[in-house]
Design a protein around this ligand. Structure first.
Ligand code: BGC
Length: 772
């Protein structure tokens, strides 16, 4: 591919997008770096009401509580919601033309162009602004969220008058309280987000302390002009610290101004050690010694390093190529890396799902990190470790005397799900986390993590299963370990007994606890003592796992979603209008729960995660049974279907699922991308390439095996993975798979039944692919 074409494949240009809705563009062009995210809103908008957008800065893990009001409250229901805070938009700029200010009267803004260079993380935008007096200005913005220093965001403004010469003032400020227009157009000042307090800090540059009232968190944000220009002055005379640019502009001539923001870590207001002045001094000195371009160069290098390991190249299908790149870009920029935060389901691109972390992180996003960026995967898992105490409290609330139960949706570790049948009852999240932790350990060989955190997570979750489940007393379940009253991944079925997926995952969780306990008995016996593990407990885990009840319909020879699943009527799909999907927005849950209808794969997810459980015939029967029942109302659904369709060799079908799911956000396929991107689905699209098209499977017995099949629409697929300290690149065409050892001395894997042995001296191996 020519260099230009390669560069082009990293650009996301406005012309490529069919949806031009303001909220949608704010989301897809949002920039983030794991610590914070900034939506690509109208820079003059601030928080002017009626402008339609949702501008703002979202800091990962910075939230406040709000009380959940229940009609009837049972013991143990979460008292509080946790909502990510919408902070001042660092792109915000106030213009003054002919004595009229854009924060007092509406100027019109037209989006002319936008382009995101995903290779470096630089966003370029062009707007045309018209003042109420008819003066037209071109405003261009270049911005990036630093990938090298997570505190830093930079924005450069270039302004050019198109139909006049004269005086224009710019203000770079974030007022103490938000200003909004009332219905009759008058300006009034109100605190729109009443959860937040903001205070200016006395300094030679603008700085704000932002605190939350109920969760008692704080952070500091400062901004600085990046340059020596005499046109810019700092002013705080009216109590609002700001930079003022008093310009005498010539028609057609441009002036540029660069600003750097520093956004501190979150601290607890109880933390007396937090010293704002020291932070601000350091942040100011750092920005003072840098320019927009030097900060950008550092950031772009880090972004390019990310692509070196994580890029997935699809040849022959530019749309899919763009889709996977866009997904990987957002996946990367959404991930908290401090061990105290995780990945919100909507990333840091919007307030959708209130900034909560779900099982999406471990089940759908983590594999991409585990195989391409293990240190990030470790940090993400450490977040769960740091919330183990909250999980222990939740297990206690469930009436259990030991173990830990992770929250279904949360920021601080405590449950924030107000609807427990489709929320808290999804106890499978416990086993999902244990599974992800174990995969990380197996793939990376990071036994330090096992000792430091992984084992405790796996043990405490196993203890939960041992207590939550019980041994059946009569009928076919007699003597078997049963787990009653749970909700599986399919949220259109709730509070069932023996959900196949949950039971199979719990079985795995119990076995993992025994496996790692045996390993630590040899290497770190103190760890077992410290955590109070006894031989009796391990035997109880093994017994429960061995006796785990897994519902199966002998007549249909299909795995049954739960005990009563097949007794229910099938949902009347032929009488359901197209615009009544997603069903949850149109039908009462009690109507859905009484039918066989799946929001997303449930039992099939277990088939995906445990490929050695069934032969291809069983998989086909399961697939054929559940596929027609599935609405894909969750964006997490199609990727799993594409992977399984590949496994059963329904390659055309697999491609249809891939093509749709790769473009979930770029095409606004779920119709709600304006609230934020679907990061779980983005992570799953990496799985579609590796576990699906390349047919990658990791088993304890064989290690990594591949069974590739390239869609006929593509000419090649290339990606790299890291495995136990080595890195291998995989290049798949219709007829060949080429494996190349990039890092490491030796690695063996299997491809289509052949042993592939890569060594320092013969780093490349080619396998001729069977016609599948
Ligand atoms: C899905 C859940 C998912 C949540 C957050 C829901 O629509 O059904 O599985 O965890 O969205 O992405």
């Amino acid at each position: 591919m020519a260099v230009n074409e390669q560069k082009q494949a990293f650009q996301l240009h406005l012309q490529e997008l069919t949806d031009r809705n303001g909220g949608f563009l704010e989301t897809v062009y949002a920039l983030a770096n794991g610590h914070f995210g900034v939506r690509a809103s109208d820079p003059l908008q601030g928080k002017l009401q009626g402008s339609g957008g949702m501008p703002g800065l979202f800091v990962n893990g910075f939230y406040d509580f709000s009380k959940i009001n229940y009609g009837e409250v049972y013991a143990g229901f979460p008292e509080n919601n946790q909502t990510i805070a919408q902070l001042p938009d660092p792109r915000y700029l106030v213009l003054e033309v002919d004595g009229q200010r854009s924060d007092e009267v509406s100027f019109s803004t037209r989006v002319v162009d936008k382009n995101l260079d995903m290779e470096t993380g630089l966003l370029n935008e062009l707007f045309e602004i018209t003042s109420p007096t008819g003066k037209i200005l071109q405003l261009s913005l270049s911005s990036f969220a630093s990938q090298a220093d997570e505190a830093i965001y930079c924005v450069s403004y270039t302004i050019r008058p198109l139909n006049f010469s004269g005086s224009v003032k710019l203000y770079k400020q974030h007022p103490y309280i938000d200003q909004v227009f009332s219905k009759d157009g008058d300006i009034r000042a109100v605190s729109r987000n009443n959860l937040l307090d903001r205070q200016f800090i006395d300094a030679d540059f603008p700085a704000l302390q932002i605190t939350t009232q109920r969760s008692q968190l704080g952070l500091v944000m400062m901004w600085r002009y990046l340059g020596e220009d005499s046109l810019v002055s700092f002013d705080s005379a009216d109590g609002i610290p700001k930079y003022v640019m008093d310009l005498d502009l010539q028609q057609g001539l441009a002036e540029s101004f660069d600003f750097g923001y520093s956004i501190s870590q979150i601290h607890s207001l109880m933390d007396v050690a937090m010293n704002h002045n020291a932070y601000l001094k350091g942040a100011n000195a750092h920005l003072q010694h840098h320019s927009f371009s030097s900060l950008f160069t550092e950031s772009a290098h880090r972004m390019q390093a990310f692509w070196r390991d994580a890029d997935v190249q699809i040849e022959g299908d530019p749309e899919s190529q763009k889709g996977i790149r866009f997904n990987l870009f957002h996946l990367h920029q959404s991930a908290g890396h401090d061990g105290k935060t995780s990945i919100p389901a909507k990333g840091l691109t919007g307030a959708g799902y209130e900034g909560h972390y779900f099982w999406d992180t471990e089940t759908f996003m983590l594999p991409a990190f585990t195989y391409t960026n293990p240190s990030m995967a470790r940090a993400i898992l450490m977040y769960r470790y740091h919330t183990l105490d909250a999980a222990r409290r939740q297990a206690h609330d469930f009436g259990l005397d030991s173990g830990a139960m992770f929250s279904w949706r949360t920021i601080n570790g405590a449950e924030a799900s107000p609807y427990f049948p489709a929320g808290t009852a999804q106890v499978h999240i416990n086993a999902d986390i244990a599974h992800a932790a174990s995969e990380y350990i197996q793939v990376t060989g990071d036994t330090d993590f096992l000792v430091e955190a992984g084992f405790e997570i796996i043990l405490e979750t196993a203890r939960f299963w041992r207590r939550y489940g019980s041994f059946g007393v009569d009928g076919p379940q007699s003597g078997h370990f049963v787990i009653n009253k749970v909700t599986g991944p399919d949220e259109y079925t709730a509070l069932v007994n023996n959900n196949y997926y949950t039971n199979r995952m719990a079985q795995h969780n119990l076995r993992l606890a025994v496996l790692y306990a045996r390993q630590l008995q040899q290497t770190h016996p103190n760890k077992l003592e410290e955590l109070g593990v006894t031989e009796k407990e391990l035997q109880a885990f093994s017994h429960a796992a061995d006796e785990m009840y897994l519902p199966y319909d002998d007549e249909l020879a299909v795995k049954m979603q739960d005990d009563g699943a097949f007794n229910l009527e099938i949902w009347p799909f032929d009488q359901t209008p197209r615009d009544h999907y997603p069903l949850l927005l149109h039908y009462h849950p009690l109507r859905l729960y009484r039918h066989q209808v799946n929001k997303q794969p449930d039992t099939l997810l277990s088939d995906f995660l445990f490929p050695e459980d069934q032969d291809i015939e069983q998989l086909k029967r399961d697939f054929d049974y559940y596929e027609p029942l599935t609405t894909h109302d969750s964006s997490l659904s199609r990727p799993i279907f594409s992977i399984l369709a590949n496994r059963i060799r329904a390659h055309h079908k697999a491609y249809r699922y891939i093509a749709e799911s790769l473009l979930t956000d770029l095409n606004n396929g779920q119709g709600n991308s304006q609230d934020g991107v679907h990061v779980g689905s983005m992570g799953a699209s990496w799985m579609e390439m590796t576990f699906g098209v390349a047919g990658m499977i990791r088993t304890q017995k064989d290690g990594l095996t591949f069974s590739p099949h390239l869609p006929s629409q593509w000419t090649a697929l290339t990606f790299k993975i890291k495995y136990q300290g080595s890195q291998v690149s995989v290049h798949i065409t219709r007829s060949q798979a080429i494996f190349k050892l990039v890092v490491g001395d030796a690695m063996t894997l299997h491809c289509d039944g052949q042993l592939v042995s890569l060594k320092a001296k013969s780093r490349t191996a080619t396998v001729t692919l069977d016609e599948k």
